[in-house]
Design a protein around this ligand. Sequence first.
Ligand code: CP
Length: 303
Amino acid sequence: KKHILDIASLAPEEIIFILDTAEALKEILSRPIPKVPTLRGKLVAHLFFEPSTRTRLSFEKAAKVLSADVFNFTARMSSVEKGESLIDTVLNIQAMGADLFVIRHPNAGAPHLIAENVNTKVINAGDGFNAHPTQALLDLFTVREKKGSLKDLKVAIIGDIRHSRVAHSGICAFRKMGAEVYVSGPATMLPPEREALGARVCYRLEEALKDADVVMALRVQKERHGRALFPSIREYARQFGINAERLALAKDDCLLMHPGPINWGVELHPELEKDPRSVILEQVTNGVAVRMALLVLLLGGGA
Ligand code: CP
């Protein structure tokens, strides 16, 4: 593959190959010196036009473990602030020898536009409300590692589904791998059934949570609601926040997930912070392994 722009354009076999590669590479992270020469001489350009902690740093860590060189570009303090266009920016970075662009951008479709205009490879690190394919892949990896398989699992995604790129990519990814996906949240944050990418839309939270194998809570994307956020954050927490009582509706061995950043006390009650069902920090570690796999597979260094 030349690019990783969304989950929709990956076949299930390709997803399995990425997960298997990540599984093989994850071991490197626990070595005393977690460094291999696989991508020596390659230059990975991280272009972040929107804030990020996990995605940006895990791509950087992945590249460094594989001995690639990195450019860490943030739009702030760059010539974007002087009016330079997105395409001119990437063409200039390409002219300095970048082999791969990792792009996060507030506008849906920006990575696709870049992919059409550069000769190098592109990974979408989150574009507006559209897609976050590497998050979906690390979520699949985490569930497969814990449950052994993804097939026929009940995955409940709770929160601001309509505005969430994590939900869009997650629904697509889990369904491709044979899981059943249920989504729930306030009606203002749910898509109509026909636009739910095959997920079952539940207006009652209990229906989504009941006997779930995976409970994934999402952040309310306040920045994508304009001025009128309905319901209010306090009301959201009361009606849809996941707490111990609600989590008890899911299976006893369910996995509690969240892509981060978390607003404790809103989508997750602080009583769940150290809950043994939580794999939230494991998702973050697995994100490094999955991104290592994507760099190796796209840059062709061989594992
Ligand atoms: N999950 C995720 O994309 O987090 P960041 O926004 O911190 O990268």
